[in-house]
Design a protein around this ligand. Structure first.
Ligand code: NAD
Ligand code: UFG
Length: 344
């Protein structure tokens, strides 16, 4: 079977690609390299050259290109939609850029996917919950007004997809609300590869550990949490990848048209604790200092993770320590190989 991944050269898409390849699926990757590089394809080939993904370089906001692509690949069994801009901070500075890319991109994709009734998985985020009143966060918690255009694109995206499934009995879709994906492929040949200064915690930690950055700033330690720093639900990216495959398999045999699942371990870990765990597993100390809170950060978010486990049979395999170690191995690989993400 052939699966199309929009944004498949990005962090999560590339890891899902390796999983699909290893299970014998053929993969078509669509990407416009806005936040990735062709080097990622070479890395994917280094992991598995026997069943290589097909790369189609195009922008999903371009209706004509998308239509042509789907005509060319008329034997698809499903679509996983990763392609989006994802910087919370940049989305506040450039809202139109984010609404255009993430919303227009989704709508154009939906037109071609719905017309063919292809099962669709959408990369959503726990950001849709804002600061939930209930912890752990269940899927039926209401959306809170988002503090960022990025967050709104996930809320709107889910609604647009849900509304579209209600107009076509044959069209099925699923929103996966990721908590905090971290870590890298076991091979350490792919991982999270920020083009600029990392915004996410783990790549920042690994860049400090390797000596690329001087210090980690911990954004606030006066929150109403056990140690004052923010609490998140970190999940290994390969466990997250598995959730996509189970999701697709579920859609192929499901009766209902639209599903929503949290994807997290259900374990709340503070920023300070995560830094400590990284230090413990790698024996490297991370130079850090406490700074002001980052605008818009919610104090605590962790998942009630049982729905996906019981309904899809998803069983996470990796611990947080293993995820941290894999991220560190990837950073070391990047350092020793001299690879650069800008070298397309
Ligand atoms: P990423 O930036 O690494 O990957 C996204 C990919 O999409 C990139 O390769 C980029 O070049 C491509 N892309 C963006 N706009 C495009 C367009 N118009 N046409 C074609 N390609 C385009 O991001 P990621 O971390 O892999 O995240 C994947 C998805 O998961 C995103 O939708 C993101 O919002 C969502 N998500 C990520 C996280 C996280 O912490 N990484 C958490 C929750 C949700
Ligand atoms: N943090 C620091 N220092 C840093 C980076 C992060 O202290 O240099 C802290 C943040 O304040 C936060 C925690 O580490 O408390 C995690 O931050 P990340 O940026 O790694 O993750 P977020 O929870 O803020 O956001 C991530 C993705 C979003 C997504 C959200 C929910 O970046 O795209 O998870 O899924 F929407």
């Amino acid at each position: 079977m052939k699966i199309l991944l929009t944004g498949g050269l990005g962090y999560i898409g590339a890891h899902v690609c390796t999983l699909l390849q290893s299970r014998g699926y053929r993969v078509v990757i669509v990407d416009n390299l806005v936040n990735s590089s062709k080097q990622m394809l070479r890395q994917l080939l280094a992991i598995d050259s026997k069943n290589p993904p097909i790369l189609e370089l195009l922008d999903i906001t371009n209706t004509k290109d998308l239509e042509k692509l789907f005509q060319q690949h008329d034997d698809l069994s499903g679509v996983i939609h990763f392609a989006a801009l994802k910087s919370v901070n940049q989305s506040i500075q450039k809202p139109l850029k984010y609404y255009h890319n993430n919303i227009i991109g989704l709508i154009e994709l939906l037109k071609v996917v719905e017309a063919r009734s292809l099962p669709l998985i959408f990369s959503s985020s726990c950001t849709v919950y804002g600061q939930s009143d209930v912890l752990p966060i269940t899927e039926n918690q209401p959306f809170k007004p988002s503090y960022s255009p990025y967050g709104f694109t996930k809320q709107m995206g889910e609604q647009i997809i849900k509304d579209t499934t209600s107009t076509n009995e044959q069209f099925k879709a699923m929103s996966l609300r990721y908590f905090n994906p971290i870590g890298a492929h076991d091979s350490a040949l792919i991982g999270q590869w920020p083009i600029n200064e990392p915004e996410n915690l783990v790549p920042y930690i690994t860049q400090v550990a390797i000596g690329k950055r001087k210090e980690l700033k911990i954004f606030g330690d006066q929150y109403d949490t056990p140690d004052g720093s923010c609490v998140r639900d970190y999940i290994h990216v390969m466990d997250l990848a598995e959730a996509h495959l189970l999701g697709l398999e579920y859609l192929w045999s499901s009766k209902s048209n639209y599903y929503v699942f949290n994807v997290g371990l259900g374990e709340g870990v503070s920023v300070k604790r995560l830094v400590k765990r990284f230090e413990e597993v790698t024996k490297i100390s991370i130079n850090h200092r406490i700074t002001n809170p980052r605008e818009g950060d919610v104090p605590i978010a962790y998942a009630e993770a049982s729905k996906i486990q019981t309904q899809l049979g998803w069983i996470p395999k990796y611990s947080i320590d293993e995820a941290l170690l894999s991220a560190w191995k990837w950073e070391q690989y990047l350092d020793s190989s001299g690879l650069s993400i800008d070298s397309t």
